[in-house]
Ligand binder design. Structure first.
Ligand SMILES: *Cc1c(COP(=O)(O)O)cnc(C)c1O
Length: 432
C-alpha cells in the first residue's frame, strides 16, 4: 500500500518512508491510498473474537502487502497488552476506558504500535534509530514508555525545566534503559525548536538516524481505530444505532474512528467534543475553518487551536463537507460545565477525568436531541492523571492506581541543558 500526502495526492510514499519521515516532505499528512473494507461476515463475527484477534484482522487488512503475518502478530501482541473495557455509566451511556496502559492515557496504544513498527523497519539499516521528542508532558510519557526496551531504538525526550507536572515528569525521567531525558532550561517551544534544528542539521543526519514519532505519524494514528472495532463489538446494541463521542484536541483519535467506520464498522454518528478551543465544532456548525491561538483549560491535553489532523478528517470525507457535517456533530464546553459533569457523574458512581467529562457532555446533549441512540464516550485518561482538578471538583482524595504511584518512588535521572542548539548538537554528535 502507498501513502499519499494530504497536500498532494501525487506525492506518495511506502509504509516505511511514511513511518520514518512522519510528515510528508511537502508538510502534508500521510493517508492510506485506499481504505480496505471488512466484509459483513467479519463484522458480524467481531463479538466472538478477542481484542487481539480483532486487532490482527484489522491490521492485516491494512498492512498485508507490507508486513508478514509474523510481523503483524508481533505488532498486535506488543500493542494490545492491556484491555479497553466498556463500563456502563447510566442507561444507554457507556464509557470506553482507554487508560489501562502504562501511562494511563489512550496515547499508549499509538505509541506502542509505533515503537514496534519502527524497530521492525529499522532492522535492515544496522544503525540505532534515535527518536527525538519535545514534550510538555503527555506525549513524552507515552512515547518513552512505548519504546522502553524496544531493540534498535533510543528515545531522547526534551522537556522544559519546571514546566511539567511532577507525575508526568516521573513517567519519562525514571525509566533508564534506552530512554534519556534532557531537562531544558527554557519553555516547551524551545524544546521543539531544538528538535527541529536537529532534523535540519545535515551533518547530524548524515551520521545518525533521527526520527520524530510525533502524533501525526500514521504509525501512531492508524492503530487507534482498533478500539473502536473492539468497543462496538462489545456494546449491547439491541438494534439501537451507535454514536461515539470523542473528546478531541488534535483530532487524531476522532479521525481513527472515522477510519474504522470507512472500513465497514456501522457507526452511525461521531461527536467532536472539545473544550473552548472550539474551531472544529464551529466548522461543523457551518463556519469556515479558522485556526486560533490555543486557550488554557482544565482539560489541557485538548488545548489546541490549530488541530493538526483536521486535514486528515477532510481527506476522509474527500472534500464532501455536507457528509462530514452530517456524520460528525460538534459540541464544546467551558471548564465550569466540565467540573459540574465530573460532580454529577460521580453521584452515579463513576469518576470522570476532565477530558472524558467533555466527551460525556457531548453525548448527553446529542442524545437529548436525538432519542433512541446507544452512546459511548472515550475516557481518554485515568482521573488520577488529572488529580488536582478532579480532587478539587469532588472535594475528596483520589486513590492513585499502583502503576502511576510507582513512578513517584523511582529515581529521577536527567541531563540538564541550555536552550542553545550548540549544546544539544554537541550531545548528539558524540553518540554513535
Ligand atoms: C491527546 C489527548 C486528547 C486529544 O486527542 P486527539 O487525538 O489529539 O484529539 C484527549 N484526551 C487526552 C487525555 C489526551 O492525552
Amino acid at each position: 500500500m502507498k501513502y499519499y500526502s494530504t497536500n498532494n495526492p501525487n506525492q506518495s510514499a511506502s509504509l516505511s518512508e511514511a513511518v520514518m519521515k512522519g510528515l510528508a516532505p511537502d508538510h502534508g499528512l500521510y493517508m492510506p491510498e485506499r481504505i480496505p473494507v471488512l466484509s459483513k461476515e467479519i463484522i458480524d463475527k467481531l463479538p466472538d473474537m478477542t481484542f487481539r484477534e480483532i486487532g490482527y484482522t484489522v491490521i492485516e487488512t491494512l498492512f498485508a502487502e507490507d508486513l508478514s503475518k509474523n510481523q503483524i502478530q508481533e505488532l498486535v501482541d506488543h500493542t494490545l497488552t492491556f484491555d479497553a473495557p466498556i463500563v456502563k455509566v447510566e442507561e444507554d451511556i457507556f464509557s470506553l476506558e482507554l487508560f489501562h496502559g502504562p501511562t494511563l492515557a489512550f496515547k499508549d496504544f499509538g505509541a506502542r504500535f509505533c515503537s514496534k513498527l519502527m524497530s521492525m523497519l529499522v532492522k535492515e539499516k544496522s544503525k540505532v534509530l534515535r527518536v527525538l521528542v519535545a514534550t510538555s508532558g503527555d506525549t513524552g510519557s507515552a512515547v518513552a514508555n512505548g519504546f522502553l526496551g524496544v531493540e534498535g531504538v533510543e528515545v531522547i525526550v526534551l522537556f522544559p525545566k519546571g514546566k511539567v507536572s511532577k507525575l508526568q515528569e516521573m513517567q519519562f525521567t525514571t525509566l533508564g534503559k534506552n530512554i534519556t531525558a534532557l531537562e531544558i532550561d527554557g519553555v516547551f517551544d524551545d524544546c521543539q525548536t531544538l528538535v527541529k534544528q536537529a532534523f535540519l542539521d545535515e551533518k547530524l543526519n548524515h551520521k545518525l538516524l533521527l526520527t520524530s514519532a510525533n502524533s501525526i505519524n500514521i504509525a501512531r494514528w492508524i492503530p487507534q481505530c482498533l478500539y473502536y472495532f473492539y468497543a462496538f463489538s462489545r456494546l449491547p446494541k439491541n438494534g439501537k444505532k451507535v454514536v461515539f463521542s470523542v473528546p478531541s484536541g488534535n483530532f487524531g483519535n476522532l479521525g481513527a474512528g472515522i477510519l474504522a467506520e470507512r472500513m465497514g464498522l456501522p457507526i452511525d454518528h461521531f461527536l467532536a467534543a472539545t473544550n473552548i478551543n472550539k474551531v472544529v465544532p464551529e466548522y461543523l456548525k457551518g463556519a469556515q475553518f479558522q485556526a486560533q491561538p490555543s486557550i488554557s483549560t482544565i482539560s489541557n491535553s485538548m488545548d489546541v487551536g490549530n488541530p493538526s489532523n483536521f486535514t486528515r478528517l477532510k481527506a476522509l470525507y474527500a472534500g464532501d463537507e455536507k457528509l462530514f457535517r452530517r456524520n460528525v456533530k460538534g459540541y464544546f464546553y467551558t471548564d465550569q460545565q466540565t467540573v459540574k459533569a465530573i460532580q454529577q457523574v460521580k453521584s452515579k458512581g463513576y469518576t470522570l477525568d476532565p477530558h472524558g467529562a467533555v466527551g460525556y457532555l457531548g453525548l448527553k446533549d446529542f442524545m437529548q436531541e436525538n432519542p433512541g441512540f446507544l452512546g459511548i464516550f472515550l475516557e481518554t485518561a485515568h482521573p488520577g492523571k488529572f488529580r488536582d482538578v478532579v480532587e478539587e471538583a469532588l472535594g475528596e482524595k483520589l486513590v492513585l492506581p499502583e502503576r502511576l504511584a510507582a513512578f513517584l518512588e523511582r529515581e529521577k535521572k536527567v541531563i540538564q541543558m541550555g536552550k542553545d542548539f550548540g549544546e544539544f548538537k554537541a550531545f548528539l554528535e558524540v553518540l554513535d
